[in-house]
Write a protein that binds this ligand. Structure first.
Ligand code: GTP
Ligand code: MG
Length: 323
């Protein structure tokens, strides 16, 4: 059987030949892979392309330190940062695309994401940062990726519910554990990191997905909190930010200037257990030093009750600080 390569494929091949840098070569090879007719006669070529891609990904451009941006450094924004990890093609980018305004690449072929892409996911009146990541592979992680994972607070471990779920769970959690990344609450190996983790079953709209999710819940209930979603059908997407918020264990506090209305636009976000003094310090260090008294509107208090500096704040409390 002939390969029947299309003119578009030939064009992508030309682009590959002209490519100078590794990312350019990777992008061109991905295009070639996407445009290669998928049939029996092209199987050898598909395998070759995949092999060339893995090789290129394993030998990225040398890290540049001067005047360039470190791709793997994702500045934290919002109330918390979660990275999405999972096997190739499991639906990470589609999920980030559905929950944020980030410009992600969603593609029917594996390895379509090769650098982190951050986006902000709204939850009620705050935002939580999601970071789309390249896939985990048996060959290992690209240099820089482990650092980016550990720098986040949490991981959304994405498991494609339309594929072999148990295999993916072993591969994903195994890859992380080998590198010292464990769920919070477990002993942390030296140099490792304890992280918030959620197991997110993806592609819930596909046949058999709901049943696979039940299997996961039955066999791996102790691994991490779990939820099943579909980025494409929009199933359960509201549950994901709620779960992230719950795990972050934070409180939202609104400030009120004396004699002025409450600023409900942008809450301050603090770890649960924070006090009035912590809030003052977060707003400005001088404010903490000069704080004379505070009043509080919220949970388990009467409106405008005086609050001592060590008063522990509850989610959605309103605080008026006097200096
Ligand atoms: N039916 C269905 N298909 C989905 C869903 N989410 C993603 N897909 C499809 O799965 C394929 C892979 O999606 P991506 O989001 O690119 O997967 P990825 O995990 O980012 O892939 P890599 O970046 O290569 O690791 C695409 O063809 C998507 O259209 C979903 O919820 N339902
Ligand atoms: Mg992707």
């Amino acid at each position: 059987m002939a390969l029947n390569l299309t003119p578009m494929y030939r064009k992508a091949e030309e682009v590959f030949r002209a490519a100078k840098t590794t990312p350019e070569k990777i992008a061109a090879l991905e295009e070639m892979y996407a445009l290669l007719p998928k049939h029996k006669a092209s199987e050898k070529m598909q395998a070759e392309l995949k092999q060339r891609l893995s090789k290129l990904r394993a030998t990225p451009e040398p890290a540049k330190t001067h005047g360039t941006v470190d791709l793997w450094h994702i500045e934290r924004h919002g109330a918390g940062q979660f990275v999405l990890l999972g096997m190739p093609n499991c639906g990470k980018s589609a999920l980030v695309g559905a929950l944020t305004k980030a410009r992600v690449t969603v593609a029917a072929y594996p390895f379509s994401t090769h650098a982190p892409v951050p986006g902000m996911m709204p939850y009620e009146d705050i935002q939580i940062q999601l970071v789309d990541m390249p896939p985990l592979t048996p060959e290992g992680l690209p240099p820089g990726m482990l650092g980016a994972i550990k720098a986040a607070q949490g991981i959304l471990v994405c498991i494609d519910l339309s594929a072999d779920v148990l295999e993916q769970v072993d591969a994903c959690f195994g890859t992380l554990e080998q590198r010292g990344v464990v769920p919070r609450g477990r002993p942390v190996p030296e140099g490792g990191a304890a992280m918030l983790m959620v197991l997110v079953g993806t592609k819930l709209d596909l046949p058999g997905a709901a049943e696979s999710f039940e299997v996961l819940k039955e066999l791996h209930a102790d691994l991490a909190p779990m939820l099943a979603v579909s980025a494409e059908a929009g199933q359960n997407l509201g549950e994901l930010p709620r779960q992230c918020f719950k795990l972050l264990d934070i409180v939202r506090i609104y400030s009120k200037e004396p004699g002025k209305p409450i600023d409900r636009e942008k809450p301050f976000v603090l770890p649960r257990g924070s006090t009035v003094l912590d809030l003052a310090a977060l707003i400005h260090k001088d404010l903490a030093q000069n704080l004379k008294r505070a009043r509080i509107w919220g949970t388990n208090v009467y409106d405008g009750q005086p609050a001592p500096r060590e008063h522990v704040l509850a989610d959605r409390d309103v605080i008026e600080l006097h200096v």
